[in-house]
Design a protein around this ligand. Structure first.
Ligand code: AP5
Length: 221
């Protein structure tokens, strides 16, 4: 299966992607994680990326499509591919379609996670991540079982706040989402509405997971 998770910042794409990739044994590619790793490496490209990402602006298509095309070419993608945060512009969606067409592996489903703007700000500003394995928590909604430890790995210590997770930057990311990413949903609807699953992302994580899992199980049979 090849799946795209689409939604505003804080819609829960990363949270759901980790669960789905594990359940269905798919390669999970998060464009945000891949770009952040490049930034953390301190390369020339990483320094360039920081200018966009820390300001809540989208990284130019020319850079993102190159980075993602390489990641998607990973042979591990042949078992199944779950894309989170990519594509984020109609231009990126067209490039992805062309790449998947070359492999004769078109998208099976686009999952659009719909959330309200006030939910987005609350979720993003309370997000904390494990610096070791990247597990995602929330200071109110998804706390680790033991305070100061990660549930998923052996890390103990402080969970991290992302640099771009301030209210000011989140509002800019939301503007970019509305202007440039929201039209990607229409692009996929125009291509074939049966390929788009719209889920109410305002609900509890387990309820959202259950709805997506049911749809993916139906697709797999
Ligand atoms: P990226 O890392 O992709 O960020 P984003 O799209 O803004 O999405 P987030 O990671 O913030 O949110 P999410 O939907 O994954 O939510 P999560 O599950 O973590 O991109 C960052 C930057 O990189 C961009 O601004 C841009 O600069 C650049 N970039 C990346 N891709 C690009 C591209 N394709 N083109 C150009 N530039 C690109 O959940 C959020 C919080 O809510 C967590 O704390 C979680 O615990 C909690 N939560 C999740 N679900 C629920 C729920 N149902 N109920 C309650 N809490 C919940």
């Amino acid at each position: 299966m090849r799946i795209v998770l689409l939604g505003a910042p804080g819609a829960g794409k990363g949270t759901q992607a980790k669960r789905l990739a594990e359940k269905f044994d798919m390669l999970h590619l998060s464009s945000g994680d891949i770009l952040r790793a490049e930034k953390a490496a301190g390369s020339e490209l990483g320094k360039e990326l920081a200018k966009y990402m820390d300001a809540g602006k989208l990284v130019p298509d020319a850079v993102v499509v190159g980075v993602m095309a390489k990641a998607i070419s990973n042979p591990a993608a042949s078992k199944g591919l779950l894309l989170d945060g990519f594509p984020r512009t109609v231009g990126q969606a067209k490039v992805l379609d062309a790449q998947l067409a070359r492999f004769n592996t078109p998208l099976d489903l686009v999952v659009y996670m719909d959330v309200s703007a006030d939910v987005v700000v609350d979720r993003i500003c309370g997000r904390r991540s494990c610096p070791s394995c990247g597990a995602i928590y929330h200071e109110k909604y998804l706390r680790p079982k033991v305070e100061g430890a990660c549930d998923q790995c052996s890390y103990t210590g402080q969970l991290e706040l992302r640099r771009d997770d301030t209210e000011e930057v989140v509002l800019r990311r939301l503007d970019a989402y509305k202007a440039v990413t929201a039209p990607v949903l229409d692009y996929y609807k125009d291509a074939g509405a049966e390929k788009v699953l719209c889920v109410d992302g305002n609900r509890r994580p387990n309820e959202v997971t259950a709805e997506i899992v049911a749809q993916l199980q139906a697709l797999a049979t």
